[in-house]
Design a protein around this ligand. Structure first.
Ligand code: ADP
Ligand code: ASP
Ligand code: MG
Length: 810
């Protein structure tokens, strides 16, 4: 014999009910079955809400009842063909009368509420029975209230085993093939209707399985079984095919709603296996729950969560001396019927903190204030402190007790995503570690923990890209081309969630289709940088990376706040790293404190690994003594291509058209861009340095530096063409090349135009090549050389991409 329980969604529509009946019919061919059904999905919640409305004299409860009646009659009609039914009428008449009483008295007791809620299961079981009879099944409908006897704790009554066992004895002789029970409902010894607590149909089924010694208990629901996390919050959640009773208990206790925690005990007591199965995928995989079962592989079996939690904290220096302090606290809470979900107490005993349901806050506060009234007056303890809008996240697994470092990994995973932990508790069974965090971080916390504990999963990186000019476009196209390969080979799932140009932005939480980002952006909303950041923060996704591909000062000003929100920043924009030393250090400090990263490899020599090489040298204990470099691809291009035959200005215009200059080429020509790069290198070598400490010898005639705008600048270049011809002729006469060289030696930095002879490594630099020579303690005679293309959209984009991958792999 087996017991099959069908939940709310499984009986939530006519199609679902038909599916249920066909599953039952098939099972009944090989064994006798006991079937337990929940109320039609959502009905119990609606009954709760309408009864509360009646209690506050909100007349709209009457419409709610009418609407519920229509809903049931519609289902009934499709199942049986009849448009009216005496029994259904009768239930709704009773419901209306009881609610009228509540309305008049303005009082809703737990007892009355249980009676109201019982309507849901009484109706659903009646309709399922009618359809089963119509289909010709050998079925009998029982009223659970005549069999399951409880105490008077309405709202979550406890079964009294002796009379209940006796009642079920009689059923052992019953030979019907299908025996149908409404779940959730029961009655007290004096025959008052009671319920077994929300989700209690699971308990009804487990109880029947226990009393009738079933071979198996099947819980049929709308998912394939217990999963590694709530599939509504974690898309990557995976089915657990086999778990122990203890693990199932722990997972469900901490929020895996698929199984009502108390329902495990009756099955466990007589060792009946539980199968959790999907009504809408009956042949699909399922979860099997049995006695202790060691997986041996995964340490963590699942991650569950409880929403709407509040923390109640009592602190005070004299708490140590108050006898029975904890006992009094828990007694006060239990007398007020406040359920304690989690407890932590610091070993100093100066504070105790309990997690309770947010709905119980008022009750709990009253109870605790009353109990400790005197101590608070005498200032032995502080008034109780309540924090709300929290949730609990728990890691569950039997193998956890044999492993060290799990909590450390949990805390650091949460920390690097900016989730701060308010309280921690480890169950004495060592089967779970729970943390209390802010509810708005729940989804992010679950997903990031899921990624870090279920290693086979993909690590998701969420990108927010601002600036879609040449480099931005190249970057998006590189990401698009690599996405699939990175997911397959390197287990990182890089998604672009937000993009923006200076006017519009577009967001897609799961990541956008990069083959059509241009069209998507056009459909986006008007927004400025503040709007963009607001939306990015509201999404609050794990592993968020902000990518600034603009040259904008105002955008660089937002990095500090982002890094402090644990959002990493990647950028080719040099402004932030070249502002005052104090501000640069403050950005670095934020990354350390908030676990974020600030990467700007492309600030110097585009995609060439210059900064990362220097960081590696620094970290491995080497010291950079001097730097000599040609750092402007633009200026190289100009001097490699200028030979006096075409005016200097036209070479500058060519370079701009090729995307080789800053948006304003004057930044390149003035040498300022090179100075910024040198400053960054000096700073990254571990020194404090400011822009005004760099000596600059300009090669531009003074008049050109005073140009008001770009057009005037070009005119002035033409007016001074002779100056450039002279520079070229002088170099040519010595068979030398012109290079703008940046150098740092003995604590002094300078940037200026130099004539470079054939014997020097700077002589042979093609097109837009950059070159950097590092002289260090280890590379003291022959420098460490990094050389290659130092400008251009594609190489800059690939440098940005490399920074993103550094974050993905950290
Ligand atoms: P029923 O009405 O069938 O009793 P419930 O709504 O009570 O169904 O429970 C099933 C739901 O539990 C699923 O739809 C799923 O969203 C949720 N759930 C939460 N955590 C988990 C988990 N770890 N594994 C599976 N389902 C979960
Ligand atoms: N209908 C009840 C509820 O929604 C019992 C159940 O579905 O298990 O809580
Ligand atoms: Mg349920």
């Amino acid at each position: 014999m087996k017991v099959m329980k069908f939940g709310g969604t499984s009986v939530g529509s006519t199609d679902a009910i038909k599916q249920v009946v066909s599953i039952v019919e098939k099972a009944a061919q090989t064994s006798q079955v006991y079937v337990v059904v929940s109320a039609v999905g959502g009905v119990t919640n609606q009954l709760v809400s309408l009864s509360q409305k009646a209690a506050i004299r909100d007349k709209s409860y009457e419409e709610d009842i009418a609407q519920l009646k229509t809903q049931h009659l519609e289902i009934f009609e499709v199942l049986t063909g009849s448009t009216t039914d005496e029994f259904i009428d009768h239930i709704f008449t009773q419901l209306t009368e009881v609610c009228k009483g509540v309305f008049l008295l303005k009082e809703l007791t737990e007892r009355t509420k249980d009676y109201i809620l019982s309507s849901g299961e009484r109706l659903s079981s009646y309709m399922v029975n009618a359809y089963m009879e119509k289909q010709g099944l050998d079925v009998q409908l029982f009223d659970a209230r005549e069999y399951i006897i409880t105490d008077k704790k309405f709202g979550g009554a406890n079964v009294i085993w002796q009379p209940t066992t006796q009642n079920f004895e009689a059923l052992k002789e019953n030979k019907k093939q299908v025996n149908l029970f409404p779940g959730f409902i029961a009655s007290t010894l004096d025959k008052e209707t009671a319920t077994l607590g929300r989700g209690g149909s699971d308990y009804t089924a487990s109880l029947i399985a226990n009393l009738l010694k079933a071979d198996e208990l099947e819980i049929w629901t709308d998912v394939n079984g217990l999963m590694t996390a709530d599939p509504r919050l974690v898309r990557q959640a995976k089915l657990l095919e086999h778990v122990s009773y203890e693990e199932a208990l722990e997972l469900s206790h901490f929020g895996a709603k698929v199984l009502y925690p108390p329902s495990i005990q009756p099955a466990l007591d007589v060792n009946i296996p539980i199968a959790i199965r999907n009504t809408f995928d009956p042949g699909g995989p399922q979860t099997y729950v049995t006695k202790e079962w060691q997986d041996g592989q995964t340490i963590i079996r699942g991650i569950s969560s409880i929403k709407d939690v509040a923390l109640l904290t009592l602190t005070g220096p004299s708490m140590v001396g108050i006898p029975n302090f904890s006992a009094r606290l828990f007694k006060a809470l239990s007398d007020a019927k406040v359920n304690v979900i989690l407890i932590t107490q610091a070993s100093s005993e100066h504070s105790i903190c309990v997690g309770i349901s947010q709905a119980d806050v008022v009750l709990a506060q009253q109870a605790v204030d009353e109990e400790f009234h005197t101590e608070v007056m005498l200032r032995k303890i502080d008034p109780v402190k309540i924090e709300t809008d929290l949730c609990i996240v728990a890691l569950v697994g039997s193998n956890m007790r044999d492993h060290v470092g799990i909590s450390g990994k949990m805390f650091s995973t949460l920390g690097t995503n900016g989730v701060s932990i308010k309280a921690i508790a480890q169950g004495s069974s060592e089967r779970n570690i729970s943390v209390v965090i802010a509810q708005n971080h729940l989804k992010k916390a679950l997903n990031t923990l899921h990624e870090s504990f279920f290693l086979s999963e993909l690590k998701k990186i969420n990108l927010f890209v601002v600036g879609v000019g040449n480099v931005g476009k190249a970057f998006l196209s590189q990401v698009r081309k690599q996405q699939a390969m990175l997911a397959k080979e390197f287990r990182v799932d890089i998604q672009v969630v937000g993009i923006a140009n200076s006017k519009q932005c577009y967001f897609e939480e799961q990541g956008m289709d990069l083959t059509k980002w241009t069209e998507l952006l056009k459909t986006g909303d008007a927004c400025d940088i503040d709007g963009f950041i607001e939306r990015m923060k509201a999404l609050n996704l794990r592993n968020s990376v902000f990518i600034d591909i603009t040259a904008s000062k105002s955008i660089s000003a937002v990095y500090q706040g982002l890094l402090e929100s644990s959002i990493s920043v990647v950028t080719p924009n040099k402004i932030a790293a070249t502002r005052e030393m104090e501000k640069y250090l403050s950005l670095k400090w934020a990354t350390k404190k908030y676990g974020s990263q600030f990467l700007f490899e492309t600030n110097v020599a585009a995609g060439l690994p210059v900064i990362s090489t220097m960081n590696d040298l620094f970290k491995s204990g080497d010291k950079v003594n001097s730097i000599q470099a040609v750092l402007s691809g633009t200026l190289n291009y100009l001097f490699n291509n200028y030979d006096g035959t075409k005016p200097f200005s036209s070479i500058v215009k060519d370079a701009k058209a090729l995307g080789l200059t800053e948006p304003d080429p004057r930044l390149d020509l003035s040498g300022e861009d090179v100075m910024r790069k040198l400053l960054i290198l000096i700073r990254e070598s571990g020194r404090k340095f400011e822009m005004d400490q760099i000596a600059q010898v300009s090669f531009l005639p003074e008049a050109c530096e005073k140009a008001k705008d770009l057009d005037e600048f070009y005119d002035l270049l033409d007016a001074n063409e002779a100056h450039f011809q002279q520079l070229y002729a002088d170099a040519n006469a010595e068979d030398a090349q012109l290079r703008v060289v940046a150098s740092f030696k003995n604590g002094e930095a300078k940037v200026g135009l130099e004539k470079v002879q054939k014997s020097h490594p700077f002589y042979f630099l093609e097109g837009k090549d950059n070159i950097v020579l590092f002289y260090t303690e280890r590379y003291d005679e022959q420098p460490l050389v990094v050389k290659g293309a130092g400008a251009g959209a594609a190489v800059t984009a690939s440098g940005i991409f490399a920074d993103v991958l550094r974050i993905a792999n950290s």
